[in-house]
Design a protein around this ligand. Sequence first.
Ligand code: CP
Length: 304
Amino acid sequence: MHLIAFKDLTGQQLMEIIDKAVEVKRNSEKYWSVLARKSLAMIFQKTSTRTRVSFEVAMTQLGGHALYIDWRTTNFAIADVYDESQYLSRNVDCIMARLKKNSDLRVMAEASRVPVINGCDEKYHPSQAIADLMTMKEKKATLEGVKLVYIGIHNNVCNSLIEGCTKTGVKITTVTPIFNEPSRDDELLESAKKTGLYETTLDVKQAVKDADFVYTDTWVDMEFFLNPKYAVEKEKRVKLMMPYQINRELMKESDAYIMHDMPIHRGYEISQDMIESPKSVIYEQSENRLYSAESILLKLLEKY
Ligand code: CP
């Protein structure tokens, strides 16, 4: 079993992973040696703080070992993804990969003898969405009927939230004036619409009024944020997106918790005071990356 997106998981399987993450957080000692002598290869083609740290610490806490591999310093950079993945999967028990292209990740999964976890590609970020759903479940005790509003660019995080929410009974409204084309998955959106739990609007004020959670993400993908070649597009996006910033004015009639998957760009998608607001669960959400990583590893390595 791989975790590339949520397409191949039932709602019940996804709930099991979320519930196990809560359980691992409460009773971490019970799991200290469950993955003894197991190794996780973590291969990164892009930068990361949380995904790298949470999966590495997760393996340590579960009694196993994680290897950080920078794509550029390996022969993945000059050889066939299929062949390199064939090898890798013969020396480790699990692979977590943050690749630029979902198509390369699928080749890796096809070649691998061991589970492959998507550490975020241009289309999906499932391990993030599991931590998000876990955080919501902790706050509301249930996911059934809870309302999440996602405000920002329709991107990989947005796709995984839509897929994760509609599989677990969460109502999700997206307010996304810009669609990041490389993230497009029309099949995912069609399936989500059929559940009756997903809608999209540009009326951001109305959307946040009865929301339980309001969520945002960066307006510019991580690999482009400091790229001078992307400066014009960045400026265009900032101008168009500014009316959709999460700030005190937008949230004045809302009692929703505030979420962000991080890294944060203060003063862009969210104002400084909203990050520090008593309703912000942003740092708890990031902490929960660890427990959700542990739960994912335990599931894929068939420990529950
Ligand atoms: N949210 C998230 O995936 O963080 P990193 O990019 O730092 O891993």
